[in-house]
Design a protein around this ligand. Structure first.
Ligand SMILES: NC(=O)C1=CN([C@@H]2O[C@H](COP(=O)(O)OP(=O)(O)OC[C@H]3O[C@@H](n4cnc5c(N)ncnc54)[C@H](O)[C@@H]3O)[C@@H](O)[C@H]2O)[C@@H](O)CC1
Ligand SMILES: Nc1ncnc2c1ncn2[C@@H]1O[C@H](COP(=O)(O)OP(=O)(O)O)[C@@H](O)[C@H]1O
Length: 272
């Protein structure tokens, strides 16, 4: 497939324009609750990283729903997280999910709640069950699996494959890589500038948390404006890349260090 070039570079000013800043009259529920169904006994750390990233990006509450081991680890790291079931304004599903031991019914029920969702890792294939706006966050191997094509083809023309995936699946698609391509209905955005040091395990799990927080805090708007999920997805990639650059400072980084930079990156953006 030949590569398309009509992706618009997403800027810091663009990102600042879609971040929800809490108002004096807000409380935790009016700001937005993010439900997170991620992690597994095989990959418990993915749950910890997604929760950490969401809380540090800014959200009214995180409701984590998952197996005992990741739940315990999430609470050890973040007692702010709530593990009781309840209403949410957006879902993040699938990072670190073990597809071989996945229980589909509660995930499909979550996707039918009428709130926007992020699907990552082991839940990308559930896109066809979504009844509200959904953002997929695959890397090139995951996108190739989803579309039943050769990963090498996706790596050669990532923008074209992001566009095609969005059109075929009826979803917003954020394709991760050195350049991140976001394709949604009538919108195509690109985000560059993250350091290559970001190519380290767990980086994508944190990106899911950043995006989940942004979607939960703009939930009603994202349901009404079919292009807003793409703008929020590009904003998540931009925030994530800036936090990576600060954590890296020209050298290696860990994902918890990246997460620690998220509040100051968001603060600098909304101060502009
Ligand atoms: N700390 C954690 O809990 C982490 C969990 N993760 C989760 O792990 C799951 C699998 O994600 P992946 O991105 O690895 O899936 P991929 O589709 O990239 O890889 C699938 C499998 O291919 C193999 N593979 C591919 N390239 C390889 C190479 N160069 N050398 C050795 N083996 C290679 C690995 O066995 C891997 O398990 C996802 O659900 C993801 O969210 C990862 O995000 C890493 C961190
Ligand atoms: N060479 C690179 N330069 C900049 N960013 C990268 C590079 N490689 C990967 N990334 C970013 O790092 C993250 C990796 O996510 P992912 O592949 O899902 O990792 P994991 O599954 O280990 O969490 C994505 O945000 C991606 O855009």
């Amino acid at each position: 497939m030949s590569e398309v070039t009509d992706f618009t570079a997403w800027t810091s000013a663009d990102a600042a324009s879609v971040i929800a800043v809490p108002r004096p009259e807000d409380d935790k529920y009016s700001r937005g609750v993010l439900g997170i169904r991620t992690g597994s006994d095989r990959y418990p750390g993915a749950a910890v990283l997604g929760v950490e990233a969401a809380l540090r990006t800014g959200v009214g509450m995180v409701r984590y729903v998952g197996p005992a081991r990741p739940s315990d680890l999430v609470l050890q790291r973040r007692p702010e997280a709530v593990t009781a079931p309840g209403r949410v304004q957006a879902w993040l599903i699938g990072s670190g999910m073990d597809a071989d031991h996945r229980e589909d019914a509660p995930l499909i029920a979550a996707l039918d709640e009428g709130v926007p969702s992020v699907l990552d890792g082991g839940a990308l294939d559930l896109v066809r069950h979504a009844t509200s706006p959904v953002v997929l966050t695959p890397h090139f191997r995951e996108l190739a699996r989803l579309l039943d094509t050769d990963p090498g083809e996706v790596a050669l023309a990532p923008a074209s494959w992001a566009r095609r995936a969005s059109d075929e699946l009826g979803a917003t698609v954020l394709l991760k890589g050195t350049t991140t391509y976001v394709a949604g209905p009538g919108i195509a955005l690109s985000v560059t500038g993250a350091p290559a040091w970001l190519a380290t395990a767990g980086a994508g799990d944190a990106l899911g948390g950043v995006l989940g927080a942004l979607l939960a805090t703009r939930s009603t708007d994202a349901a009404a404006d079919e292009q807003l999920p793409a703008r929020l997805a590009a904003t998540a990639a931009l925030i994530h890349g800036h936090a990576a650059a600060r954590a890296s400072a020209g050298g290696p980084l860990t994902i918890l260090d990246l997460c620690a930079q998220l509040p100051s990156v968001v603060a600098d953006l909304v101060r502009q």
